[in-house]
Design a binder for this molecule. Structure first.
Ligand SMILES: [Zn+2]
Length: 85
């Protein structure tokens, strides 16, 4: 069982007890680390961290992977399933 870090860029800035780690005199708030996370396909500890990431990287992401620049059309050929009336 390996632990993954939350990918939220500001995860360590949220002051919760479970983020406070370290030895007695040297405790710091740290990025959450878990074996399983439920947000953003298992990459984020909570919704806030997911949206922090989106807020910071959405433009780069869209530029990198390509933006939708025209309407997509749902047709018989690309539909997941067909209804028959
Ligand atoms: Zn987080």
């Amino acid at each position: 069982m390996s632990l993954k870090f939350c990918q939220g860029p500001d995860c360590h800035t949220y002051k919760t007890q479970d983020r406070l780690k370290g030895s007695k005199d040297n405790k710091t708030y740290q990025t959450r680390r878990r074996s399983h996370m439920y947000y953003g396909r298992g990459n984020f500890c909570d919704q806030r961290c997911l949206y922090d990431w989106v807020a910071q990287y959405i433009e780069q992401g869209l530029d990198h992977f390509g933006r939708t620049t025209e309407a997509k059309h749902l047709t018989q050929e690309n539909a997941w399933f067909k209804d028959y009336d």
